[in-house]
Design a protein around this ligand. Sequence first.
Ligand code: ACM
Length: 269
Amino acid sequence: MFTVGYYQFRPHFGKVGRNLKHVIKNLSGVRADLLVLPELAFTGYYFRDREETRALAEDPARSNTVEALVRLCREQDFYLVAGFAERQADKVFNSALLLGPEGLIHTYRKIHLFNQEKDWFDPGDTPLSIRQVRGARVGMMICFDWIFPETARSLAVLGADIVAHPSNLVLSYCQQTMLSRCLENHIFAVTANRFGKDVRPQGELKFTGKSQIVAPKGVLLHRAPSQREMLYLTRINPDEARQKDITPRNDLLADRRPEFYRILSERKD
Ligand code: ACM
């Protein structure tokens, strides 16, 4: 069995150190295999412009935030997926980091940017991929990636058992839709959303909370309240995600007919 969970909280915009302290305080003493934090968990979300995003972003290879999180993983002996504003030379990515006792294991850069994120970030440029965490195969996607079913499908075809899904959701459709993503791919998904508002000079944005964990048959194992802090853990069997049969004669992945979907690999501008 594998203990997976999420921590739903309310980051304070621009207060990276304060948000980090809050996370460390609340995850100290937690026993888990894998915990998922929201998108942009330390910077907040509603940037004024790209300059502000760049100023708050960090290079994970030289980041006090990452060092502190790796120390936490070592002390607690767990793995974390955390949303992270990533700076690399003149680029800025909306990323998710997979961290563990051994350090930074993988960085996923969000490929489908939402609305004004197109002003703040560069589009992700790393392939979707999966990593082993204590025998479970973990893939990452970020928030708005949910509306492109190709994202979760690609992770499933790559062999993901669990999709870690850091989010800062402002629309209300994602949580329900993720039940379908899990059913059609027979995967687990952990959507870690934030709650509260970012109140900025240009306006305010409210986030929808309701973080959740969904099992391969599209079964909702747990959903958090909308506007409340919540740390939730549950035990799952990742092997359940390896059974792709729907009937004795239907297999979710083997029965696909990619030769009829070639249109999906063409761009429509
Ligand atoms: C989103 O992708 N943060 C809505």
